[in-house]
Design a protein around this ligand. Structure first.
Ligand code: NAP
Length: 277
């Protein structure tokens, strides 16, 4: 099988998507990447004269997605790997954050990824080949104060990914939910949507959390280039995982959460069992 692949990556203007595009191009793959401005399109295509092809697409532009994917498949396909990477973080206390901000968070991080996936699956299924990487987050398993909407979106994408991996396995299509810890990207900087504070009761508990996240921006432990190299290993594997954590922070936080969940299940086992029959 040809080890040179064609990847379709959403959100290649910065961060993890940009790092993955660069590493994939350096490894000899072809990359079709989505961006949201003409300047980002030019910057992306400058990465390779013949193997970097940019498409302007907002993943919430739902009426365009099917035709954009059909055009890509016709002119640059077959696409081997879809990477649903485009997304952003909303930060705000649940009680303070308007419903519209939750809707938008899910529109981008969940419905956007679902719509792009739906557009590609028929091609992958017909070819009996394909790999879908959904960039979720450690926030798809653990939670922290101030990111309820973000965690909602990433828990949803984890659940969809896991279900889809079972539905598509008979067709030789793999689905991997990639859950990064904190990485040095624009996520906590220009991309983050922060709801202004309005309820003084949360000052003591939340202001330090917001401040710490702002101060950590640009100093996160995770290196996007190394994340990209890890994702390329997953893409090359004949038996890729359904879930992959990236980063030692994600590893310890998720492991701790799963251990706590297991002991809580044990502690309440008798009550849990009591409802049968
Ligand atoms: P980033 O540097 O802010 O990159 C986000 C990318 O998504 C940008 O290319 C952005 O395009 C694009 N994007 C945002 N909204 C979009 C939309 N509606 N339609 C199309 N593209 C859109 O942040 P990142 O950390 O690389 O984020 C990539 C993914 O990793 C996200 O899903 C994020 O939730 C996830 N993640 C990140 C971390 C982390 O610590 N960095 C941890 C866990 C998960 P523009 O340039 O046009 O805004």
């Amino acid at each position: 099988m040809n080890s040179r692949k064609t990847l379709f990556i959403t959100g290649v203007s910065s961060g993890l998507g940009n790092a993955l595009a660069q590493e994939a191009l350096a490894a000899g793959h072809r990359v079709i990447g989505t961006v949201r401005s003409e300047a980002a399109l030019q910057a992306f295509q400058a990465l390779s004269a013949d193997r970097a092809h940019g498409v302007i697409l907002d993943v919430t532009d739902f009426t365009r997605i099917d035709s954009v994917v059909a055009a890509i498949e016709a002119s640059h396909g077959p696409v081997d790997v879809l990477v649903n990477n485009a997304g952003y973080g909303h930060e705000g206390i649940f009680e303070e954050s308007p419903l519209a901000q939750m809707r938008h968070q899910l529109e981008v991080n969940v419905f956007g990824a679902v719509a792009v996936t739906k557009a590609f699956v028929p091609y992958f299924r017909k070819r009996r080949a394909g790999h879908i990487l959904n960039i979720t987050s450690m926030g798809g398993t653990i939670t922290m104060p101030g990111i309820a909407y973000y965690c909602a979106s990433k828990f949803a994408l984890e659940g969809i990914s896991d279900t889809l991996s079972q539905e598509l396995r008979p067709f030789n299509i793999f689905v991997t939910a990639v859950a990064p810890g904190s990485f040095r990207t624009d996520w906590a900087g220009r991309s983050m949507q922060r709801t202004p504070r309005s309820i003084a009761d949360y000052d003591a508990s939340f202001d330090p959390v917001r401040k710490a996240r702002e101060e950590k921006n640009g100093k996160q432990l995770g290196n996007p280039q190394k994340a990209a190299q890890a994702m390329l290993q997953v893409i090359a594997s004949p038996t890729p995982p359904a879930h992959l954590l990236l980063g030692s922070d994600a590893l310890s936080l998720v492991r701790d959460k799963l251990n706590r969940a297991a002991s809580e299940i044990d502690q309440w086992e008798a009550l849990t069992r009591s409802t049968d029959g």
